[in-house]
Design a protein around this ligand. Structure first.
Ligand SMILES: N[C@@H](CCC(=O)N[C@@H](CS)C(=O)NCC(=O)O)C(=O)O
Length: 243
């Protein structure tokens, strides 16, 4: 059986990583059996989660995992979509993964009160005397990667403006449709759901969350995706009732 290396449920989300959530939803869409393993981070081939072990074949990165599933299991997550919509999917996915993600990371890791409510909890397993040191070291690494990406060079207001623009673009495109391209979910919904749920996560006080909450269609969408793909989970980002 396939193994998905994940962080595991946290912060009221199936996984704090939107990339892990994306892959989990893709696996559910494909109806492929899988198990999750939360002990794989140290062995991650690219130093990041998610990655999968598909009967000995290790595939890292959510996009390469998707392509692997499509190739090996002859799945087309964009079944029925014309080229133009496939192109739109790709553009929205990469906006979420390569821009919105960094604003999400900044909000969770650099703001002290959000950090205390969220990522700080990931360090509970570190012995107490060493914990502050380890936390400082990891937060420094996160700040460095934010700077290297470029997002970390902007002011907080600028980052929030970029994040809000992405959230608004998602909400405007979704409109009143049940899923991104109409009545049935396609591949892009795995990504968009994961990122919007992350933005709406009630654990954090962020302008990104305020921006997402201002769009009722996004809350309904997250509720609808939760009902479809996590029927056993009572709530994701408090949205199930909105569906
Ligand atoms: N491009 C990767 C991004 C994965 C990613 O950024 N994972 C983060 C968690 S959200 C991670 O594992 N970060 C750990 C680190 O950078 O040390 C994908 O699509 O899977």
């Amino acid at each position: 059986m396939m193994t998905l290396y994940a962080f595991g449920p946290a912060l009221g989300l199936p996984d704090p990583s939107p990339f892990v959530m994306k892959v989990e939803v893709l696996l559910k869409m494909a109806a492929l059996p899988y198990r999750t393993d939360t002990t794989g981070f140290r062995k991650a081939p690219k130093g990041k989660l998610p990655y999968i072990d598909d009967n000995g074949e290790i595939v890292a990165d959510s996009t390469f995992i998707r392509w692997h599933l499509e190739r090996k299991y002859k799945i087309d997550f964009d079944r029925g979509l014309p080229q133009e919509r496939r192109a739109t999917s790709w553009a929205f996915e990469k906006m979420a993964e390569d821009n919105l993600y960094w604003a999400l990371l900044d909000a969770r890791w650099t703001d002290n009160s959000n950090f205390a409510r969220g990522p700080a909890l990931f360090f509970r397993g570190v012995p107490a005397p060493m914990r502050p040191l380890v936390i400082a070291m990891v937060r420094r690494t996160v700040r460095k990667s934010l700077y290297a990406h470029g997002m970390g060079r902007h002011s907080t207001d600028e980052i929030n403006a970029l994040a809000t623009r992405s959230i608004d673009a998602i909400a405007d495109f979704l409109g009143n449709k049940p899923f991104f391209f109409g009545p049935e979910p396609t591949g892009v919904d795995a990504t968009i759901f994961a990122f919007v749920a992350g933005a709406l996560c009630p654990r954090f006080e962020t302008p990104m969350r305020i921006a997402a909450e201002a769009h009722d269609n996004l809350r309904r969408y997250v509720g609808r995706m939760t009902e479809r793909f996590y029927p056993g989970v009572p709530e994701i980002a408090g949205c199930k009732a909105a569906a």
